[in-house]
Ligand binder design. Structure first.
Ligand code: AQP
Length: 330
């Protein structure tokens, strides 16, 4: 069975962009593939972060994933820092990772611009990500569009490493991206990508009241200034969300009412809030149960780390042998 790997940073609450772009797909894919999912806390420290909040955020992210339907009986779920082989492989990859390409990564350019003194971790992020994926010899990586460039870098690194150290028969597969139709969900500002760090999100565990407080002022078709102006659903960010959360007949009605100025944006937002509640309520309820059982969550993560480590150790042994390290205790 082909293997898939994907990760998510515990940098904030799991939001509908993560869920539509990645996590919902993870849940489906766990039935078709050997799936390995990871809360990537090592990635989360590449930006300024609150060390005292990291354990809570890491567990909360795991809860969000389990509540979304990741099933530990089907998929391996673990925390990245519990498997130290990720950083071992990352270091090995630094031997062949081209600095120029790392400096050209869009995410590096975006994120480094915000720092006076750039942390090297931001530059090395794609190398660690390549190590995450290749450590498990994953064939496929379900991600949102923002990660496609990094994934191309992982493929390039696998090629380079195979050429350098495993020419006769390539050791690492070249992992491919698996995108969903919701590959890039915009934030409620309707401009930037929905992103934990930008505060333009709807968290999947937010209550209907919290969701409504965010939807109410959310940006719609910018050309629709008053209620009597007809709108264009094709350029309305919230209509994009209707496509993911509302049944087809609601979508058709919303589009028609928008184009004919039959109703105002608030009416459309109310229906969207209803559709979201149908999708998110079961997840929220399951999360409440899991929050009440933190030891059970930790047990699932510990078991996941053990399973992941068994695979990771084998890869590191193979890689060390091919890279010419002297055999010794592992
Ligand atoms: N807006 C989005 N639309 C579609 N997919 C998205 N993903 C993230 N935002 C969107 C996908 O979710 C997975 C996990 O993302 P991540 O948390 O590891 O990294 P990220 O892309 O950096 O997510 P954020 O929310 O933007 O976090 P911060 O603000 O901390 O950087 C990935 O597969 C991603 O593609």
């Amino acid at each position: 069975m082909p293997r898939i790997f994907s990760g998510i940073q515990p940098t904030g609450q799991l939001h509908i962009g993560n869920w539509l772009g990645a996590v919902r797909n993870w849940v489906e894919l766990q039935h078709k593939y050997e799936a390995i999912y990871c809360v990537v806390d090592l990635h989360a420290i590449t930006e300024r972060y609150d060390a005292s909040a990291l354990p809570r955020r890491t567990r909360e992210m795991a809860i969000g994933l389990l509540a979304s339907g990741i099933d530990p009986a089907k998929a391996i779920l673990f925390v990245q820092s519990h498997v130290p082989e990720h950083t071992t492989l990352q270091w090995f990859f630094t031997a062949i990772a081209p600095l120029g390409e790392l400096e050209r990564m869009t995410q590096f350019k975006d994120k480094s611009g915000k720092h006076e003194s750039i942390p090297a971790g931001i530059l090395m992020y794609p190398v660690l990500q390549a190590a995450d994926i290749l450590l498990y010899l994953a064939d496929l990586v379900p991600v949102g569009e923002d990660q496609v460039q990094h994934l191309e870098f992982s493929r390039e690194l696998a090629r380079r490493w195979n050429t350098e150290f495993s020419r006769a028969s390539p050791y690492f597969p070249e992992p491919k991206a698996l995108l969903t139709p919701a590959r890039r969900i915009l934030g409620l500002d309707g401009q930037a990508k929905m992103s934990k760090s930008l505060g333009n999100t709807i968290g999947i565990l937010e209550t209907p009241e919290q969701v409504w407080q965010k939807l109410r002022p959310a940006r719609t078709d910018p050309a629709r200034v008053t209620k009597s102006d007809p709108g264009n659903p094709d350029v309305c960010n919230l209509y994009t969300l209707h496509k993911h959360f509302s049944p087809p007949e609601t979508q058709t009605m919303v589009a028609e009412q928008c184009r004919t100025a039959g109703w105002g944006c608030l009416d459309c937002k109310r229906l969207l809030a209803e559709g979201m509640e149908v999708a998110l309520k079961p997840i929220r309820e399951r999360a409440v149960e899991l929050e009440a059982a933190p030891l059970e969550v930790d047990r699932v993560l510990a078991e996941g780390a053990e399973k992941a480590r068994a695979i990771a150790r084998r890869t590191i042994a193979d890689v060390k042998e091919r890279m010419g390290f002297m055999p010794g205790a592992n």
